[in-house]
Design a protein around this ligand. Structure first.
Ligand SMILES: Nc1nc2c(ncn2[C@@H]2O[C@H](COP(=O)(O)OP(=O)(O)O)[C@@H](O)[C@H]2O)c(=O)[nH]1
Ligand SMILES: [Mg+2]
Length: 292
């Protein structure tokens, strides 16, 4: 069950067209989450891609992930979570999944069957809930960190050196091939100072959209998580530290992609509000397991 009262069920019938409504976060009300059934036995890795209006960027991303996985030996599944897109994101995923049993669409609607945009945090959480892999990785739909960089994150988890391995653009060894625009970099650095002061000390880049978890750790932490927007990364890292899990920040390659889905005017305010929510939720005991 996802926080917010959502239920999980298998995808059985076609999703209705997405509405033209505003993508503003939606307060708690019934949400139907549908996840196509897993058809992978003994899955080693679940890859989750949250997708909001990604019909243009997704096809090359899905091809890149499939090409990479075809060259690897491990069993895998790919869950693309449609976060209430108003374009044809769902159709793109369905078409790609039609000939690939390891690809699953996760999507959610409101009680009237209309696609809902709930935010990246909600989308990743829905993916984690449906995932069956021993380890779980999530990646942004633009592959700003190339998919092969999972090879930097997964071995330390497999070796037992850490429970969570997160990609970082802020380390000396990080390879920034294409930088974000100056204002985004400044925003990121300022936000990180606030994140470190309020929620997760010692981590220099909480926002990179490429993170890997031991599967059982992801299931436990995301089941406690409450935040739907971009503040979900610090929330998860806060929860990880609260429950004594070891997080390691690792350098990756980063190529900034244009056409960001992030609104530079509203996102910083929303993220600040969500950061304060982390402290507030903790003080209210919402992150204690018995409160779930
Ligand atoms: N902005 C935004 N992105 C979302 C949302 N839900 C899921 N996403 C996904 O979150 C990821 C990050 O978006 P992106 O535009 O690459 O962010 P940026 O590179 O940090 O500017 C992408 O995979 C989006 O499709 C949402 O409600 N808003
Ligand atoms: Mg991006």
């Amino acid at each position: 069950m996802l926080p917010g009262g959502s239920t999980s069920q298998l995808e059985g019938h076609p999703a209705p067209d997405a509405p033209n409504a505003s993508p503003a976060p939606v307060p708690a009300r019934p949400v139907q989450v549908r996840a196509a059934p897993s058809r992978v036995v003994k899955c080693y890795l679940s890859i989750i891609v949250p997708a909001y209006n990604e019909e243009k960027r997704l096809p090359s991303t899905l091809d890149a992930i499939a090409d990479y996985l075809a060259r690897r030996e491990f069993s895998h599944e790919l869950l693309v979570v449609d976060d209430g897109s108003r374009d044809h994101t769902r159709d793109v995923v369905r078409e790609f999944a039609a000939t690939r049993p390891w690809v699953r669409l996760v999507s959610y609607d409101d009680e009237h069957g209309r696609a809902l945009n709930r935010g990246k945090g909600f989308a990743v959480r829905a993916g984690v809930e449906a995932a069956v892999g021993r380890d779980i990785l999530f990646s942004d739909a633009d592959l700003s960190t190339p998919i092969e960089d999972m090879e930097r994150l997964l071995p330390p988890i497999s070796r037992g050196d850490c429970d969570i391995a997160i990609a970082s653009r802020a380390l000396a060894e990080s390879n920034l091939e294409v930088h974000q625009p100056k204002h985004r970099e400044l925003m990121g650095r300022t936000f990180n100072k606030i994140v470190q002061a309020l929620a997760v000390p010692g981590i220099q880049d909480t926002q990179c959209g490429f993170k890997a978890f031991r599967g059982d750790v992801a299931k436990r932490l995301f089941a406690l998580a409450q935040i739907d927007g971009f503040g979900f990364d610090p929330e998860i890292l806060f929860l990880a530290s609260k429950y004594g899990y070891r997080t390691r920040e690792l350098p990756v390659t980063w190529r900034h992609c244009d056409n960001s889905r992030v609104n530079p005017m509203t996102a910083p305010i929303a993220m600040l509000r969500e950061l304060l929510e982390i402290r507030w939720n903790d003080a209210r005991g919402l992150y204690d397991e018995h409160s779930q």
